[in-house]
Design a protein around this ligand. Structure first.
Ligand SMILES: Cc1ncc(COP(=O)(O)O)c(C=O)c1O
Length: 385
């Protein structure tokens, strides 16, 4: 790792970690932490029930070593579930089980691209994408989304270079919660089609939050629009069990180099020392893969929080997925606003961590009445700034 090269990207992340810790120390039990998504309530008890039953029934071989891509029966169940969700016929060997979406992303980028390839990232984006690309020696171009945080396909087209070999998007967007609709995914596919000689560019679709659509909006799969897609999934995010570190990679059934790609991905898992999730965690993911998490509580909280913020004149982006709300700061300096809130014991994330300035992200980690206290503080400080 080149620590000097990474300094600029790591510094803000570490600064926020310091602010987070300092605020928790200073305010103790009175701190209101809506920064990292660690919900304090249980929306759906199934992960706990399934894990308890798996642990109670575990025999010695249930804790055995797993192949690098994961256990075949687990991959088969995940493939069947994803086939239904995407409307594409995945088979077990299109799936690679990974310790979270985090490792899946890193392994995918490591496998599919080599310098001097360039990758397009749409901002705001998940905080660590640029870090992985930089560490792999891959050049990247940041393309801002539109004002309402949808894909700006014209801006992506203008940024495309002869070295551009891929684009990484999150569906739904993170930190925004915006769902990219069929129209914009189709436009993106048309653009990629225009750049398909000599080889088609690759789309990495980060679907870490795909099972967190809290109203009835449909969430189209980028893989259904572009054949050369690698999908990233997170069971941790879907079921609020992030610490269990479980996710997967799914190679598009239409990808020309499909089986070769899976073999290479599994090799990268080994070479980089990334193992499949633990044996029990894989069983847990497989057991949950056929069902959708109960989002009733999150849905209620999302609607409530939006109304409460609006009563203070704070407009969150109009979105339908994730446990996040994303809103503009009163001034372009998001660090200043987030620090101002931290002075009152309230933690939210500055958008600079997501590679754009002037916004903040709220994670709905707890319900009322503490949530109302937090939202009222945001309203007061917003109107004071
Ligand atoms: C868009 C996105 N990708 C990847 C991740 C990492 O997911 P995991 O917890 O499964 O490693 C996150 C986590 O917040 C995310 O928001």
């Amino acid at each position: 790792m080149n620590a000097v090269a990474h300094e600029e990207l790591l510094r803000p992340l570490e600064e926020f970690t310091r602010l987070h810790l300092d605020t928790l120390r200073r305010f103790g039990g009175r701190a209101l932490d809506l920064s990292f998504p660690n919900p304090q309530f249980l929306s759906d008890p199934r992960p706990y029930d399934v894990l308890a039953s798996l642990a109670a029934q575990a025999r010695p071989l249930d804790l055995r070593y797993s192949p690098f891509g994961g256990f075949t029966p687990v991959r088969r169940r995940v493939a069947a579930a994803l086939s239904k969700q995407h409307g594409l016929p995945y088979s077990w060997n299109d799936i690679v089980m990974t310790p979270g979406a985090t490792a899946a992303l890193r392994v995918a980028l490591n496998t599919l691209f080599t310098p001097p390839d360039r990758i397009i990232l749409v901002t705001p984006c998940w905080m660590d994408y640029p870090l992985y690309l930089q560490d792999l020696g891959l050049a990247f171009d940041l393309v801002p989304a539109t004002d309402d945080k949808h894909l700006d396909v014209q801006a992506i087209a203008n940024t495309w270079t002869p070295q551009t070999r891929g684009i990484l998007i999150a569906q739904p967007g993170s930190p925004t919660g915006v769902i990219h609709d069929d129209r914009e995914l189709k436009q993106l596919a048309l653009l990629m089609q225009r750049h398909s000689t000599p080889t088609p560019p690759l789309l990495i679709a980060d679907e870490a939050h795909a099972q967190q659509v809290w109203d009835k909006t449909s969430c189209p799969a980028p893989a259904a629009h572009w054949a050369h897609t690698l999908t990233v999934r997170s069971f941790g995010k879907a079921w609020d069990m992030q610490g269990q570190r479980t996710g997967c990679l799914a190679v598009s059934t239409n990808l020309g180099i499909r089986h070769q790609a899976v073999q290479q991905l599994v090799r990268t898992m080994r070479v980089t020392g990334h193992c499949a999730p633990t044996a029990l965690t894989q069983q847990l993911a497989a057991s949950l893969s056929d069902t959708a998490p109960d989002l009733g509580k999150l849905s209620g909280l999302q609607r409530h929080a939006r109304r409460r913020l609006l009563s203070h004149g704070v407009m969150a982006l109009d979105t339908h997925a994730t446990r996040f709300l994303y809103a503009r700061c009163p001034t372009p300096d998001d660090w200043a606003f987030v620090s101002q809130l931290a002075e009152r014991g309230l933690l939210v994330m500055p958008s600079s961590l997501f590679h754009e300035s002037g916004w903040f992200r709220i994670a709905l980690n707890f319900g009322t009445p503490a949530l109302d206290r937090a939202l009222d503080i945001i309203g007061e400080e917003y109107n004071r700034a």
